[in-house]
Design a protein around this ligand. Structure first.
Ligand SMILES: Cc1ncc(COP(=O)(O)O)c(C=O)c1O
Length: 342
């Protein structure tokens, strides 16, 4: 178990004195998507020596050092600094009679499409060669985002649209801004916006052939105005029932989702060929109902250009929305339904 404060040491001494403990030090990347240092990690210079002395006096078995430079680390060089600092703690602990054998280099590795761990790996390997050449030291990491950032692509359908006229403060012209309401939001998969400071990119599923794009915002389904997925983006004009897709939606998304306001937590469908299905099907928490083989389940097929016989129709009601023309006059525009969605 890790510790970074004295209270923890006394607690462990009291209830689990034989525990093997790891001192967590703070070494923050200059830029990280989710800094962790303000919550965890003792100062390696001003606090760690004191804590190790307390541990020694209490007879606690400290076996190593851990750090986490920050999730979504944007400063690969910080790993060298952190590993060097850990070396200093190992050496200090040795003066107290400890013989550390564990170095935990935490998380912070990238996982989005198009990113690579190579730069960090090179820095880590070189620093380990320089500061921890002893093969008896166990070096472990705690990769999170690295494995799952790009684990899935989220597909959301548009169930409501609001067109709002906005006057350009410079030109005085009115432009139409579209507000799209989709079936997932910050209380569901997109909680990564609030808790993981994710930058979300929306792409229409269907290829857009025209060259007209409109300022658009994207909103989740709940009653809360905080439930906004994208504040401003440019999109072609989308229709009811159209799909938007979001890549890199694996990390810190579904695990934190809640059914707030009665909206169910999204279900994951694994689209895989049969060989992969055979490998994965018995692995908890996946069950056969999560898989799509050959025939896409009807609920996923809606609006997708996937071969199939299921049809599902939007209700044939015209929607009218007030739209201001350039002269500020109110016109009635009828949004046309795209008809039955195959
Ligand atoms: C202690 C610890 N280890 C590992 C991780 C995973 O970090 P990442 O997703 O940046 O790899 C976290 C994330 O918060 C963490 O707190």
């Amino acid at each position: 178990m890790t510790f970074d404060n004295e209270v923890e040491l006394h607690k462990v001494k009291e209830i689990f004195p034989e525990a093997r403990m790891v001192i967590r030090i703070r070494c923050d990347a200059a830029v990280a998507q989710c800094p962790l240092g303000m919550k965890f990690g003792c100062n390696p210079h001003t606090e760690a020596p004191h804590l190790l002395n307390v541990a020694r006096a209490l007879g606690i078995n400290v076996v190593g050092v851990s750090f986490h430079v920050g999730s979504g680390c944007k400063e690969p060089a910080v790993f060298r600094k952190a590993i060097f600092t850990a070396r200093q703690i190992f050496d200090y602990a040795a003066t107290l009679g400890y013989n550390f054998n564990l170095l935990d280099i935490g998380g912070g590795y990238p996982g989005d499409h198009g990113t690579s761990i190579d730069k960090i790996a090179e820095i880590v390997n070189l620093a380990l060669d320089d500061f921890f050449p002893d093969p008896m030291i166990n070096v472990i990491a705690e990769p999170g985002r690295f494995y799952v950032s790009s684990a899935y692509t989220l597909a959301c359908s548009i169930h409501s649209i609001r067109a709002v006229n906005v006057e350009d403060p410079v030109t005085g012209h009115n432009t139409v801004n579209y507000m799209y309401y989709i079936n997932d939001g910050v209380y569901g998969s997109f909680n990564c916006i609030l808790y993981d400071h994710q930058h979300i990119v929306a792409q229409p599923l269907k290829k857009h052939t025209g060259n007209k794009f409109y300022p658009s915002s994207i909103w989740g389904p709940t009653c809360d105005a905080l439930d906004q997925v994208i504040d401003k983006t440019l999109l072609p004009e989308m229709k009811l029932g159209d799909w938007l897709v979001f890549e890199n939606m694996g990390a810190y998304t579904l695990p934190v989702a809640s059914p707030f306001n009665g909206f169910p937590i999204p279900k994951v469908h694994v689209v895989a060929d049969e060989n992969i299905w055979m490998l994965l099907k018995d692995i908890f928490p996946l069950s056969e109902s999560h898989f799509v083989i050959g025939n896409t389940p009807a609920n996923l097929r809606l609006g997708l250009d996937i071969d199939g016989t299921d049809t599902w129709s939007l209700p044939a009601l015209p929607i009218t929305i007030p739209v201001c023309g350039n002269g500020g006059l109110i016109e009635e525009h009828v949004l046309e339904f795209v008809g039955p969605i195959e």
